[in-house]
Ligand binder design. Structure first.
Ligand SMILES: *Cc1c(COP(=O)(O)O)cnc(C)c1O
Length: 373
């Protein structure tokens, strides 16, 4: 095969197929003369709550706000500690900082890359108020283990479900376990808007009502402000687009699993690579297909020279980011997260990627390791 390029992410196959439906949805909002907190948002909130098997959904402006408002609603603030994974996107940690609480990092399980439930208890203190399990790369965390710890110690759980919409643990959907579950509909997520968008799900009607007020200036009745709120609303356009896309999420997740199986089939005999591991209790939705190798930077460069785009999720763990230097961590504080940052590589995965493209990525990787195809 010659040097056909493989993009890391390409929206066009999915969006071409959905164009007529999405344009109709957008036109309906356009003609409605109502653009904020209307029927489109209400409908999507109902659809997404039902999809997750959760009692309530509240649309918000983005995923970071979804985590931030959840913590705020639970009354978490200065003096409190919140357990977060050492291997995550910075947003999880920023939300803790926003409410004035202190993030306490716990290392990931080496196989799933998600927070290691066995390591949480030794990180608890009398100040621990909440845990944010992040369902990273498309796989749920150990909801059994973490749920038991929360119950035993009276700690709140806020799921960060930005990367695992539709994933299951013991047959239950991600987004249905926590006191709150926060999600992001950033365009590249498994369920993505055409702009910024996010949501919170919860089974508690009281918490749902509190969050509804908080996202809209702290106001239940227009011009009456009970609490100091925020402006963090999902808009009618994005909500209507998301309702169209939600109908395709399950079939898209099936497709993501097929892409993942094809990569695994083509790469599984390469001893130098660690391929994704799925907890038998979980159903993975492969937001990312992560491989691991000690020669990561070299491999990424080789792939780039062959026209294959890859990304690293994530090159610097939050505790080593300049923004968090005040926490006083250094290289060596969380060695597993640090090693992952040096070894993980995300291969191209998106709806509509061709078998030829997958096979080409695999064959370039095989060539790198000196294997004939
Ligand atoms: C994308 C993402 C977020 C933040 O979502 P935004 O909508 O970009 O604010 C939070 N946590 C994780 C794990 C994410 O991947």
């Amino acid at each position: 095969m010659t040097t056909s390029k493989v993009k890391f992410l390409d929206f066009s196959p999915a969006h071409t197929q959905l164009k007529a439906k999405i344009m109709t949805a957008i036109e309906k909002v356009y003609d409605s003369n109502w653009y904020i907190l209307g029927k489109g948002v209400e409908a999507f909130e109902e659809n997404y709550a039902r999809y997750c098997g959760s009692g309530h959904c509240i649309g918000v402006a983005n995923g970071l706000d979804a985590i931030h408002l959840s913590l705020k609603c639970l009354g978490i603030g200065p003096g409190d500690e919140v357990i977060v994974p050492s291997n995550t996107y910075i947003a999880t940690v920023l939300a803790v900082t926003y409410v004035g609480a202190t993030p306490v990092f716990v290392e990931p399980d080496e196989r799933t890359y998600n927070i290691d439930a066995k390591k949480i208890e030794s990180a608890l203190s009398s100040k621990t108020r909440a845990i944010i399990p992040v369902h990273l790369y498309g796989q749920t965390c150990d909801m059994e283990g973490i749920g038991a710890i929360c119950k035993k110690h009276g700690i709140k759980m806020v799921e960060d479900n930005a990367q695992s919409q539709g994933a299951l643990f013991n047959g239950l959907k991600a987004g249905s376990f926590g006191d709150f579950a926060a999600t992001s509909f950033y365009p590249g997520k498994n369920l993505g808007a055409l702009g910024d968008a996010g949501a919170v799900t919860t089974n508690s009607p009281e918490l749902a009502q509190k969050l509804r007020v908080l996202r809209n200036y702290g106001s239940e009745k227009k011009y009456f402000n009970e609490v100091i709120g925020f402006n963090s609303r999902l808009d009618e356009m994005q909500a209507s687009i998301l309702s169209v896309k939600l109908e395709f999420l399950d079939q898209w997740n099936v497709e993501r699993r097929k892409i993942a199986s094809r990569y695994t089939e083509k790469l599984k005999d390469l001893k130098e690579l660690t391929l994704p591991f799925t907890d038998p209790r979980a159903e993975h939705v492969f937001h990312q297909y992560i491989i691991r190798t000690s020669r990561r930077d070299e491999l990424q460069k080789y792939l780039a020279n062959e026209g294959v785009e890859t990304l690293i999720h994530y090159p610097i763990p939050p505790h080593l980011q300049a923004a968090y230097s005040s926490l006083g961590y250094k290289e060596g504080s969380f060695p597993i997260a640090e090693r992952l940052a040096k070894e993980v590589l995300s291969l191209p995965i998106y709806i509509g990627i061709s078998d030829e493209a997958i096979d080409r990525v695999a064959s370039v990787i095989r060539n790198f390791y000196g294997n004939k195809n």
